[in-house]
Design a protein around this ligand. Structure first.
Ligand SMILES: NC(=O)c1ccc[n+]([C@@H]2O[C@H](COP(=O)([O-])OP(=O)(O)OC[C@H]3O[C@@H](n4cnc5c(N)ncnc54)[C@H](O)[C@@H]3O)[C@@H](O)[C@H]2O)c1
Length: 234
């Protein structure tokens, strides 16, 4: 593992209890960062990042406890149902959009002003190859992840002269608990689309995310970073 320098840095990782988020926490901590996990499933201090008031409370608590936030990784997300668009329930559409997209808007909105005041920050949003390509039978997921790309581009440009950089990553499928929410057919479809013919590992995603969250990333903002084993064509 190459070393990154996060000494003295404080990072918030949403959905950091398991899967990709937990791998990001592990890599950040191994590189010297102190981390705080905001996860709805946490036994102590759960944070539902789709709830604006909960995000405001968690931000205030973090700033009171540790004084600053250098890094925000917006990772919490759900897969949503795998059904054709014409059969997709409206409540499920709204839930997936709220958890995957509105949550990232809420966390950016709560934390970015603090980063701007300190003239330093790195925000990394977890999108998906589905947001670029659009996976069939996953309309809400694909649309939410496309929304994350647009959110990243928009905020990145707004903050370009502040010292706060905002980027996103678009991973192909990684074998985590999120697979339990998908049909077998959908998982096979995703694998069939990856030219490297394997799933990406959570450590590989964490490596890219942590570079984007570090000081070494200094001239990229509002950008979309591919990690799709060759699937992405742009
Ligand atoms: N695994 C993949 O194939 C893959 C591919 C591309 C992108 N992603 C994205 O990566 C992110 C992490 O996925 P994962 O595979 O690790 O999933 P996961 O299901 O293993 O973990 C997701 C975590 O988010 C938390 N969470 C869910 N809703 C929340 C909420 N409202 N508030 C706070 N926490 C919440 C869960 O409790 C869980 O700990 C997601 O945004 C997902 O869309 C995953």
């Amino acid at each position: 593992m190459n070393s990154l320098d996060f000494k003295g840095r404080i990072a918030i990782v949403t959905g950091g209890l398991q899967g990709i988020g937990a791998a990001i926490v592990k890599r950040l901590e191994a590189s010297g960062a102190r981390t705080r996990v905001w996860d709805a499933a946490a036994k102590t201090d759960p944070v539902d990042v789709s709830d604006a008031a909960a995000v405001e409370r968690a931000t205030a608590r973090a700033l009171a406890d540790v004084g600053k936030i250098d890094v925000l990784v917006n990772n919490a997300g759900v897969a949503g149902l795998n059904v054709p668009t014409v059969d997709y329930p409206i409540e499920e559409w709204e839930r997936v959009l709220r958890v995957n997209l509105t949550s990232q808007f809420l966390c950016c909105r709560a934390i970015a002003p603090h980063m701007v005041k300190r003239k330093y920050g790195r925000i990394v949003n977890i999108s998906s190859i589905a947001g670029k390509e659009g996976n069939p039978n996953a309309v809400a997921y694909s649309a939410s992840k496309a929304g994350v790309i647009a959110l990243t581009k928009s905020l990145g440009k707004e903050l370009a002269q502040t010292g706060v950089l905002v980027n996103c990553v678009t991973p192909a499928a990684a074998k985590t608990a999120i697979f339990d929410q998908m049909t077998e057919q959908h998982i096979n479809y995703m694998l069939s689309k990856i030219p490297m013919n394997r799933f990406v590992t959570v450590a590989e995603i964490a490596s890219l995310v942590c570079w984007l969250a570090s000081e070494d990333c200094s001239f990229s903002t509002g950008a979309v970073f591919d990690i799709s084993g060759g699937r992405a064509t742009y």
